[in-house]
Design a protein around this ligand. Sequence first.
Ligand code: MLT
Length: 394
Amino acid sequence: MLMPNRRYADLKASYLFRRIDERVAAYQSAHPGQPLYRMGIGDVSLPLCGAVIRALHEAVDDQAAAATFQGYLPECGAPFLREAIAAHYARRGVTLDPDEVFVSSGASDELGDILDLFSPESAALVVEPAYPAYVDANVIAGRRIVHLASGPENGFLPAPDGSLDAGLIYLCSPNNPTGAVYDRAGLQAWVDFANRRGAVILFDAAYEAFIEDPALPRSIFELPGAETCAIEICSLSKTAGFTGTRLGYTVIPRVLERQGMQLHAMWVRNRTTKTNGVSYILQKGGAAVFTPQGQREIQENIRVYKQNARVLMEALDRAGLWYCGGKNAPYLWLRCPGGMDSWTFFDYLLAEIQVVGTPGAGFGACGEGCFRFSTFGSPADTREAAARLAALLG
Ligand code: MLT
Protein backbone atom coordinates (compact mmCIF):
# COMPACT_ATOMS: atom_id res chain seq x y z
CA MET A 1 0.00 0.00 0.00
CA LEU A 2 1.24 3.51 -0.81
CA MET A 3 2.58 5.40 2.21
CA PRO A 4 2.00 9.16 2.04
CA ASN A 5 4.65 11.56 3.35
CA ARG A 6 3.40 11.78 6.92
CA ARG A 7 5.42 14.91 7.59
CA TYR A 8 2.65 16.94 5.93
CA ALA A 9 0.75 16.34 9.16
CA ASP A 10 3.42 18.41 10.95
CA LEU A 11 2.67 21.49 8.82
CA LYS A 12 0.10 24.14 9.68
CA ALA A 13 -3.16 23.39 7.84
CA SER A 14 -2.40 26.00 5.17
CA TYR A 15 0.54 28.08 4.08
CA LEU A 16 0.75 31.60 5.55
CA PHE A 17 -0.27 33.54 2.44
CA ARG A 18 -3.05 31.11 1.69
CA ARG A 19 -4.41 31.54 5.20
CA ILE A 20 -4.44 35.28 4.65
CA ASP A 21 -6.24 34.85 1.31
CA GLU A 22 -8.84 32.67 3.02
CA ARG A 23 -9.51 35.27 5.74
CA VAL A 24 -9.68 38.06 3.18
CA ALA A 25 -12.03 36.03 0.96
CA ALA A 26 -14.31 35.41 3.97
CA TYR A 27 -14.33 39.16 4.71
CA GLN A 28 -15.10 39.98 1.07
CA SER A 29 -17.97 37.56 0.85
CA ALA A 30 -19.46 39.14 3.99
CA HIS A 31 -18.81 42.69 2.68
CA PRO A 32 -19.24 42.57 -1.09
CA GLY A 33 -17.96 45.58 -3.00
CA GLN A 34 -15.90 46.92 -0.08
CA PRO A 35 -12.48 48.10 -1.44
CA LEU A 36 -9.41 46.53 0.17
CA TYR A 37 -5.88 47.96 0.56
CA ARG A 38 -3.48 45.07 0.11
CA MET A 39 -0.16 45.45 1.90
CA GLY A 40 0.08 41.71 2.70
CA ILE A 41 1.96 39.41 0.34
CA GLY A 42 4.87 41.09 -1.43
CA ASP A 43 3.22 41.13 -4.83
CA VAL A 44 4.23 43.94 -7.16
CA SER A 45 1.66 46.36 -8.59
CA LEU A 46 3.66 48.02 -11.39
CA PRO A 47 3.76 46.38 -14.82
CA LEU A 48 6.88 44.94 -16.42
CA CYS A 49 9.18 47.65 -17.78
CA GLY A 50 9.30 48.60 -21.47
CA ALA A 51 12.64 46.90 -22.19
CA VAL A 52 11.31 43.58 -20.89
CA ILE A 53 8.00 43.87 -22.74
CA ARG A 54 9.78 44.58 -26.04
CA ALA A 55 12.09 41.59 -25.54
CA LEU A 56 9.13 39.33 -24.71
CA HIS A 57 7.32 40.42 -27.89
CA GLU A 58 10.44 39.85 -29.98
CA ALA A 59 10.86 36.40 -28.47
CA VAL A 60 7.28 35.50 -29.35
CA ASP A 61 8.01 36.57 -32.94
CA ASP A 62 11.17 34.41 -32.91
CA GLN A 63 9.00 31.41 -32.09
CA ALA A 64 6.82 32.18 -35.15
CA ALA A 65 9.57 31.77 -37.77
CA ALA A 66 11.54 28.62 -38.66
CA ALA A 67 14.82 30.54 -38.82
CA THR A 68 14.58 31.83 -35.25
CA PHE A 69 12.39 29.18 -33.61
CA GLN A 70 13.81 27.64 -30.39
CA GLY A 71 12.99 24.18 -29.14
CA TYR A 72 14.54 22.82 -25.96
CA LEU A 73 17.16 25.06 -24.40
CA PRO A 74 19.92 23.89 -22.05
CA GLU A 75 18.16 22.84 -18.83
CA CYS A 76 20.34 25.00 -16.59
CA GLY A 77 19.63 28.16 -18.59
CA ALA A 78 20.14 29.77 -21.98
CA PRO A 79 23.77 30.86 -22.46
CA PHE A 80 22.66 34.41 -23.37
CA LEU A 81 20.94 34.85 -19.99
CA ARG A 82 23.64 33.13 -17.94
CA GLU A 83 26.22 35.40 -19.59
CA ALA A 84 24.09 38.52 -18.98
CA ILE A 85 23.76 37.65 -15.28
CA ALA A 86 27.47 36.87 -14.90
CA ALA A 87 28.28 40.22 -16.57
CA HIS A 88 25.89 41.94 -14.12
CA TYR A 89 27.83 40.41 -11.19
CA ALA A 90 31.13 41.39 -12.83
CA ARG A 91 30.03 45.04 -12.89
CA ARG A 92 29.70 44.77 -9.10
CA GLY A 93 33.14 43.19 -8.74
CA VAL A 94 32.07 39.52 -8.44
CA THR A 95 33.64 37.16 -10.97
CA LEU A 96 31.49 34.21 -11.97
CA ASP A 97 31.69 31.74 -14.79
CA PRO A 98 28.31 31.96 -16.62
CA ASP A 99 27.95 28.21 -16.01
CA GLU A 100 27.87 28.91 -12.28
CA VAL A 101 24.55 30.73 -12.84
CA PHE A 102 21.48 28.47 -13.04
CA VAL A 103 18.31 30.00 -14.46
CA SER A 104 15.24 29.08 -12.42
CA SER A 105 11.51 29.66 -12.45
CA GLY A 106 11.77 31.77 -9.30
CA ALA A 107 13.33 31.86 -5.85
CA SER A 108 10.46 30.21 -3.99
CA ASP A 109 10.51 27.15 -6.30
CA GLU A 110 14.27 26.98 -6.04
CA LEU A 111 14.38 27.30 -2.24
CA GLY A 112 12.35 24.10 -2.03
CA ASP A 113 13.95 22.22 -4.94
CA ILE A 114 17.55 22.89 -3.85
CA LEU A 115 17.01 20.73 -0.76
CA ASP A 116 17.51 17.73 -3.05
CA LEU A 117 21.25 18.44 -2.70
CA PHE A 118 21.37 17.78 1.03
CA SER A 119 20.86 14.76 3.20
CA PRO A 120 17.82 15.02 5.50
CA GLU A 121 20.22 14.14 8.33
CA SER A 122 21.78 17.63 8.16
CA ALA A 123 19.78 20.06 10.29
CA ALA A 124 18.70 23.43 8.88
CA LEU A 125 19.27 26.64 10.81
CA VAL A 126 16.57 29.24 10.21
CA VAL A 127 17.06 32.78 11.50
CA GLU A 128 13.60 33.91 12.57
CA PRO A 129 11.39 35.76 11.90
CA ALA A 130 11.77 34.14 8.47
CA TYR A 131 10.07 33.59 5.14
CA PRO A 132 7.83 30.64 6.08
CA ALA A 133 8.75 28.43 3.12
CA TYR A 134 12.20 27.80 4.64
CA VAL A 135 10.66 25.95 7.55
CA ASP A 136 7.81 24.30 5.64
CA ALA A 137 10.07 22.94 2.87
CA ASN A 138 12.37 21.41 5.47
CA VAL A 139 9.49 19.92 7.44
CA ILE A 140 8.31 18.24 4.21
CA ALA A 141 11.86 16.99 3.60
CA GLY A 142 12.05 15.57 7.14
CA ARG A 143 14.94 17.74 8.25
CA ARG A 144 15.48 18.85 11.85
CA ILE A 145 15.15 22.63 12.15
CA VAL A 146 17.17 24.81 14.48
CA HIS A 147 15.22 28.03 15.07
CA LEU A 148 17.44 31.01 15.83
CA ALA A 149 15.32 33.88 17.13
CA SER A 150 16.35 37.42 16.33
CA GLY A 151 14.98 40.69 17.63
CA PRO A 152 15.53 44.43 17.97
CA GLU A 153 18.34 43.75 20.49
CA ASN A 154 20.56 42.46 17.65
CA GLY A 155 18.90 44.46 14.87
CA PHE A 156 17.35 41.17 13.59
CA LEU A 157 20.86 40.26 12.44
CA PRO A 158 22.12 37.59 14.84
CA ALA A 159 25.74 36.49 14.74
CA PRO A 160 26.73 32.82 14.61
CA ASP A 161 27.76 31.21 17.84
CA GLY A 162 29.46 27.96 18.65
CA SER A 163 26.33 26.31 20.05
CA LEU A 164 24.55 26.30 16.69
CA ASP A 165 24.58 22.85 15.19
CA ALA A 166 23.28 22.77 11.60
CA GLY A 167 24.64 21.83 8.19
CA LEU A 168 22.39 24.19 6.27
CA ILE A 169 22.08 27.85 7.18
CA TYR A 170 19.36 30.11 5.78
CA LEU A 171 20.23 33.79 5.58
CA CYS A 172 18.01 36.38 3.90
CA SER A 173 19.46 39.85 3.43
CA PRO A 174 17.75 42.27 2.92
CA ASN A 175 15.55 40.35 5.23
CA ASN A 176 12.00 39.28 4.67
CA PRO A 177 10.13 40.21 6.87
CA THR A 178 12.20 42.64 8.98
CA GLY A 179 14.03 44.60 6.26
CA ALA A 180 17.33 44.21 8.18
CA VAL A 181 20.49 43.97 6.04
CA TYR A 182 23.79 42.37 7.05
CA ASP A 183 26.82 44.61 6.69
CA ARG A 184 30.08 43.12 5.43
CA ALA A 185 31.43 42.26 8.88
CA GLY A 186 28.17 40.62 9.97
CA LEU A 187 27.92 38.51 6.82
CA GLN A 188 31.62 37.68 6.88
CA ALA A 189 31.13 36.19 10.36
CA TRP A 190 28.57 33.74 8.91
CA VAL A 191 30.82 32.90 5.94
CA ASP A 192 33.73 32.16 8.25
CA PHE A 193 31.50 30.12 10.56
CA ALA A 194 30.10 28.05 7.66
CA ASN A 195 33.58 27.37 6.28
CA ARG A 196 34.86 26.34 9.70
CA ARG A 197 31.91 24.03 10.30
CA GLY A 198 31.62 22.61 6.79
CA ALA A 199 28.08 24.02 6.61
CA VAL A 200 26.42 25.53 3.53
CA ILE A 201 24.67 28.90 3.54
CA LEU A 202 21.54 29.25 1.42
CA PHE A 203 21.64 33.00 0.83
CA ASP A 204 18.27 34.37 -0.22
CA ALA A 205 19.05 37.59 -2.12
CA ALA A 206 15.57 38.15 -3.54
CA TYR A 207 15.54 41.75 -2.27
CA GLU A 208 19.12 42.81 -3.10
CA ALA A 209 17.95 45.41 -5.62
CA PHE A 210 16.42 47.43 -2.77
CA ILE A 211 19.75 48.09 -1.07
CA GLU A 212 20.57 51.78 -1.44
CA ASP A 213 23.53 51.98 0.93
CA PRO A 214 26.60 51.20 -1.23
CA ALA A 215 28.53 49.89 1.78
CA LEU A 216 26.11 46.96 2.23
CA PRO A 217 26.76 43.70 0.35
CA ARG A 218 24.20 42.79 -2.30
CA SER A 219 25.67 39.38 -2.96
CA ILE A 220 27.28 37.00 -0.49
CA PHE A 221 29.95 36.44 -3.13
CA GLU A 222 31.27 39.95 -2.46
CA LEU A 223 32.82 38.39 0.66
CA PRO A 224 36.02 36.36 0.64
CA GLY A 225 35.46 32.68 1.31
CA ALA A 226 31.79 32.64 0.28
CA GLU A 227 32.55 30.59 -2.83
CA THR A 228 33.45 27.60 -0.65
CA CYS A 229 30.33 27.74 1.54
CA ALA A 230 27.40 29.52 -0.15
CA ILE A 231 24.63 29.16 -2.68
CA GLU A 232 22.86 32.39 -3.66
CA ILE A 233 19.22 32.33 -4.67
CA CYS A 234 17.89 35.34 -6.56
CA SER A 235 14.67 36.34 -8.20
CA LEU A 236 13.41 38.84 -10.74
CA SER A 237 10.04 38.92 -8.94
CA LYS A 238 10.66 41.96 -6.80
CA THR A 239 13.65 43.32 -8.72
CA ALA A 240 11.82 43.54 -12.03
CA GLY A 241 8.15 42.80 -11.41
CA PHE A 242 8.23 39.11 -12.43
CA THR A 243 5.93 37.78 -9.67
CA GLY A 244 3.43 36.61 -12.28
CA THR A 245 5.96 36.05 -15.06
CA ARG A 246 8.30 33.80 -13.01
CA LEU A 247 12.07 33.89 -13.44
CA GLY A 248 15.01 33.69 -11.08
CA TYR A 249 18.57 32.44 -10.87
CA THR A 250 20.81 30.58 -8.49
CA VAL A 251 24.58 30.83 -8.19
CA ILE A 252 26.51 27.71 -7.21
CA PRO A 253 30.29 28.11 -7.39
CA ARG A 254 32.20 25.20 -8.91
CA VAL A 255 34.57 25.10 -5.92
CA LEU A 256 31.74 24.41 -3.45
CA GLU A 257 32.24 20.83 -2.32
CA ARG A 258 31.21 18.80 0.68
CA GLN A 259 32.62 15.36 1.46
CA GLY A 260 34.18 15.12 -1.99
CA MET A 261 30.95 15.95 -3.81
CA GLN A 262 30.72 19.05 -6.00
CA LEU A 263 27.36 20.73 -5.41
CA HIS A 264 27.52 22.44 -8.81
CA ALA A 265 27.83 19.10 -10.64
CA MET A 266 25.05 17.64 -8.47
CA TRP A 267 22.73 20.54 -9.36
CA VAL A 268 23.49 20.11 -13.07
CA ARG A 269 22.56 16.43 -12.65
CA ASN A 270 19.40 17.39 -10.78
CA ARG A 271 18.22 20.05 -13.24
CA THR A 272 18.97 17.99 -16.34
CA THR A 273 16.89 15.21 -14.82
CA LYS A 274 14.01 17.11 -13.26
CA THR A 275 13.39 20.06 -15.59
CA ASN A 276 13.54 21.07 -19.20
CA GLY A 277 14.41 24.58 -18.11
CA VAL A 278 12.61 27.88 -18.33
CA SER A 279 10.91 28.95 -21.55
CA TYR A 280 12.91 30.77 -24.22
CA ILE A 281 10.43 33.65 -24.20
CA LEU A 282 10.82 34.30 -20.48
CA GLN A 283 14.59 34.02 -20.60
CA LYS A 284 14.68 36.60 -23.41
CA GLY A 285 12.50 38.90 -21.30
CA GLY A 286 14.76 38.28 -18.29
CA ALA A 287 17.91 39.11 -20.24
CA ALA A 288 16.47 42.56 -21.00
CA VAL A 289 16.50 43.32 -17.25
CA PHE A 290 20.31 43.26 -17.35
CA THR A 291 20.66 45.74 -20.24
CA PRO A 292 21.42 49.40 -19.39
CA GLN A 293 17.88 50.37 -20.45
CA GLY A 294 16.35 47.56 -18.38
CA GLN A 295 18.39 48.56 -15.33
CA ARG A 296 17.28 52.19 -15.64
CA GLU A 297 13.64 51.20 -15.98
CA ILE A 298 13.58 48.77 -13.06
CA GLN A 299 15.19 51.43 -10.87
CA GLU A 300 12.28 53.77 -11.69
CA ASN A 301 9.84 51.15 -10.41
CA ILE A 302 11.91 50.51 -7.29
CA ARG A 303 11.85 54.26 -6.61
CA VAL A 304 8.04 54.14 -6.61
CA TYR A 305 8.03 51.33 -4.02
CA LYS A 306 10.52 53.25 -1.89
CA GLN A 307 8.23 56.27 -1.97
CA ASN A 308 5.42 53.95 -0.80
CA ALA A 309 7.67 52.94 2.10
CA ARG A 310 8.12 56.60 3.08
CA VAL A 311 4.36 57.18 2.98
CA LEU A 312 3.74 54.20 5.26
CA MET A 313 6.58 55.19 7.60
CA GLU A 314 5.06 58.64 8.05
CA ALA A 315 1.75 57.03 9.02
CA LEU A 316 3.49 54.71 11.50
CA ASP A 317 5.35 57.69 12.97
CA ARG A 318 2.05 59.51 13.41
CA ALA A 319 0.59 56.43 15.06
CA GLY A 320 3.61 56.25 17.37
CA LEU A 321 4.33 52.63 16.54
CA TRP A 322 7.79 51.08 16.69
CA TYR A 323 8.95 49.79 13.30
CA CYS A 324 12.05 48.97 11.26
CA GLY A 325 12.87 48.20 7.61
CA GLY A 326 11.65 50.15 4.61
CA LYS A 327 14.98 51.74 3.71
CA ASN A 328 17.07 49.02 2.07
CA ALA A 329 14.14 46.63 1.77
CA PRO A 330 10.52 46.66 0.59
CA TYR A 331 9.00 45.59 3.93
CA LEU A 332 8.14 47.41 7.13
CA TRP A 333 8.13 45.42 10.36
CA LEU A 334 6.22 46.94 13.24
CA ARG A 335 5.06 46.18 16.73
CA CYS A 336 1.30 45.71 17.04
CA PRO A 337 -0.29 48.41 19.20
CA GLY A 338 -1.51 47.80 22.73
CA GLY A 339 0.15 44.39 23.03
CA MET A 340 -2.26 42.89 20.47
CA ASP A 341 -1.29 39.54 19.00
CA SER A 342 -0.59 39.61 15.30
CA TRP A 343 -3.66 37.75 13.98
CA THR A 344 -5.90 39.91 16.19
CA PHE A 345 -4.26 43.01 14.71
CA PHE A 346 -4.74 41.53 11.23
CA ASP A 347 -8.48 41.08 11.85
CA TYR A 348 -8.72 44.54 13.45
CA LEU A 349 -7.15 46.32 10.46
CA LEU A 350 -9.25 44.33 8.00
CA ALA A 351 -12.51 45.01 9.83
CA GLU A 352 -11.87 48.68 10.70
CA ILE A 353 -9.99 50.11 7.73
CA GLN A 354 -9.87 47.29 5.14
CA VAL A 355 -6.06 47.23 5.18
CA VAL A 356 -4.45 43.81 4.69
CA GLY A 357 -1.02 43.11 6.19
CA THR A 358 0.84 40.00 7.26
CA PRO A 359 0.76 38.76 10.88
CA GLY A 360 4.23 38.42 12.36
CA ALA A 361 3.40 35.02 13.89
CA GLY A 362 3.42 33.63 10.36
CA PHE A 363 7.19 34.19 10.24
CA GLY A 364 7.94 32.12 13.33
CA ALA A 365 7.15 32.20 17.04
CA CYS A 366 9.40 35.20 17.69
CA GLY A 367 7.36 37.22 15.16
CA GLU A 368 4.31 37.15 17.45
CA GLY A 369 3.22 40.64 18.47
CA CYS A 370 4.66 42.10 15.25
CA PHE A 371 3.24 42.76 11.81
CA ARG A 372 4.53 43.28 8.26
CA PHE A 373 3.49 45.74 5.59
CA SER A 374 4.62 45.29 2.01
CA THR A 375 5.45 48.44 0.06
CA PHE A 376 4.63 46.88 -3.33
CA GLY A 377 1.05 48.20 -3.51
CA SER A 378 -0.02 50.89 -5.94
CA PRO A 379 0.88 54.41 -4.78
CA ALA A 380 -2.81 55.36 -4.60
CA ASP A 381 -3.70 52.34 -2.44
CA THR A 382 -0.65 52.90 -0.27
CA ARG A 383 -1.59 56.55 0.35
CA GLU A 384 -5.13 55.55 1.24
CA ALA A 385 -3.95 52.74 3.53
CA ALA A 386 -1.50 55.12 5.23
CA ALA A 387 -4.21 57.74 5.79
CA ARG A 388 -6.52 55.10 7.26
CA LEU A 389 -3.78 53.74 9.51
CA ALA A 390 -2.89 57.18 10.83
CA ALA A 391 -6.58 57.98 11.47
CA LEU A 392 -7.21 54.67 13.24
CA LEU A 393 -4.05 54.45 15.33
CA GLY A 394 -2.79 58.04 15.53
C1 MLT B 1 6.28 37.57 0.73
O1 MLT B 1 5.30 38.31 0.77
O2 MLT B 1 6.88 37.20 1.73
C2 MLT B 1 6.72 37.09 -0.61
O3 MLT B 1 6.24 37.93 -1.59
C3 MLT B 1 6.20 35.76 -0.87
C4 MLT B 1 6.93 35.10 -1.97
O4 MLT B 1 7.85 35.66 -2.55
O5 MLT B 1 6.60 33.94 -2.23
